[in-house]
Design a protein around this ligand. Structure first.
Ligand code: ADP
Ligand code: MG
Length: 443
């Protein structure tokens, strides 16, 4: 367990206390802020966004590998979104038992029947990884999931490098402070949106982005007479709770049928499901999407952890037996997004014992559990006592692409995000109140 070069600073309690105040102050100065839990809708009061006191060491080779594979992931998501036979087959067992995915799929089917309303596609995604620790001490990049809808923290992660640089400078670690990379996903994501808007082709149009929620979109669309929307960016819509009424579903369908560029469109949303991730890991599937690019296949596949089907049949039965025998080796995942849904350890046995003989089990996939090397750090969170924690990190890489018809007019890796949480928590991101913002310190 080592933070490497910063271990000495981490152990100096008096210095750490001072630095924690410096970090919070700098976070406020840099705009690393959020509204408070007590007054979530008020702009009168903000606090700093939870973040680590120190950046976390990340091996340079693995970091560069994550950046290098991103444009291939963009291409992969985009190709999946255009392959209706693949999506139908991949999700067939899931939609039988998972109502939420089934509803999304129904919208997709309607679009397939009526034809797509827009040939411009805008994809803004974030591929998340953990670094699996090998026996020899080196680490290997393993994808946790890809988020094709509402992939967040592009804005805040553009502002956090200066906070950690400042902390390290005050700590007298000037050299390390210079190793913190610039990061500006917000600019790249905005470029994608602007490109889609430009291709849509009219300066007359209202450029509506960051519509806060489906219901607000509903209001915006229905109560703005004559308003034509060029780009709809979904900040929400990925959880069942986001669709509070039947009307919410009508609105999603209406937006999908509209001429606006949707980010994501329904097929790209479905391409980001965990079931699709599991199907992609089957032999020969990536090759189908990259028939002439063995190198792209190799780069993508190298990031896959073991993923296993729970479909009915002998292969799914084998998965059940394997998980029941050694539950600590795996994570059981339902088709949900937003954190806090995964199942670990002995609970895997409870859940599987209950569903193993019915099609209900096909609502889940099984995945190898990734074991990153734990490191020490301090997690700065409002009103939380300052204490050293044993932490695990998750690296996200942002991708942006725009396609018009057959032409990929933009395909880029636009930045990164490092999130760190205490190793006591097996699940949950920043929005869920578990992880905090961080920066990689390349070594
Ligand atoms: P969600 O869509 O809810 O974000 P994820 O697949 O990202 O679902 O899982 C949520 C969290 O659970 C991750 O941020 C990570 O901390 C943990 N997790 C997910 N898969 C694994 C895995 N295979 N090994 C270890 N931890 C995992
Ligand atoms: Mg996630």
């Amino acid at each position: 367990m080592a933070q490497g070069i910063l271990e000495e600073v981490l152990m100096n309690t008096a210095l750490v206390e001072d630095l924690a105040e410096v970090a919070k102050d700098e976070a406020l100065l840099q705009g690393v802020v959020m509204r408070t839990r007590e007054t979530p809708n008020s702009s009168e009061l903000v606090t700093y966004t939870p973040l680590t006191l120190f950046p976390t060491s990340v091996p340079k080779a693995v970091f560069l590998q994550a950046l290098a594979v991103q444009t291939h992931y963009n291409t992969l998501v985009d190709r999946i979104s255009q392959d209706s036979d693949f999506l139908k087959e991949a999700l067939a067992s899931t939609i039988e038992v998972d109502d939420f995915t089934a509803r999304l799929f129904r919208i997709y089917q309607q679009i397939l029947k009526e034809g797509r309303s827009q040939s411009i596609v805008l994809g803004l995604n974030r591929s998340d990884y953990m670094l699996d620790q090998r026996d020899d001490g080196t680490s290997s990049l393993k994808q946790i999931e890809i988020n094709t809808i509402a992939a967040c923290f592009g804005g805040l992660s553009s502002r956090t490098p200066d906070v950690h640089r400042h902390v390290l400078k005050v700590a007298g670690r000037l050299e390390e402070s210079q190793h913190i990379l610039d990061n500006n996903p917000a600019a790249g994501l905005a470029q994608g949106i602007a490109k889609a808007w430009e291709l849509y082709g009219s300066e007359r149009l209202d450029f509506i982005t960051f519509i806060k929620g489906i219901y607000i979109a509903f209001v915006a669309v229905f109560f703005s007479d004559g308003l034509e929307v060029a780009v709809v960016y979904f900040r929400t819509g990925f959880m069942p709770q986001n669709y509070t009424t039947e009307q919410s579903w009508d609105v999603r369908l209406m937006m999908e049928c509209s001429r606006a560029v949707k980010c994501p469109d329904i097929s790209t949303h479905l391409a980001g499901t965990k079931k699709v991730q599991q199907v992609l890991a089957r032999p020969g599937v990536l090759e189908k999407f990259f028939p002439d690019q063995p190198q792209a296949v190799e780069l993508i596949r190298a990031t896959f952890a073991g993923l296993y089907t729970l479909d009915m049949g002998p292969e799914g039965d084998k998965t059940v037996a394997m998980a029941l025998a050694e539950p600590d080796r795996f994570v059981l995942k339902p088709q949900r997004e937003g954190g806090g849904n995964n199942i670990y350890g002995s609970e895997i046995c409870q859940v599987l014992e209950a569903v193993k003989d019915s099609t209900e089990r096909t609502a889940y996939i099984l995945m190898d559990k990734i074991h990153p090397a734990p490191v020490h750090n301090y997690l700065l969170r409002r009103d939380a006592p300052l204490k050293m924690s044993t932490c695990l990190s998750e690296l996200g890489v942002f991708g942006a692409y725009v396609r018009r018809g057959e032409d990929m007019v933009m395909n880029e890796c636009v930045g990164h995000l490092l999130r760190t949480k205490s190793s006591e928590h097996s699940d949950g991101g920043v929005a869920a109140g578990v992880a905090v913002l961080d920066n990689p310190l390349l070594i």
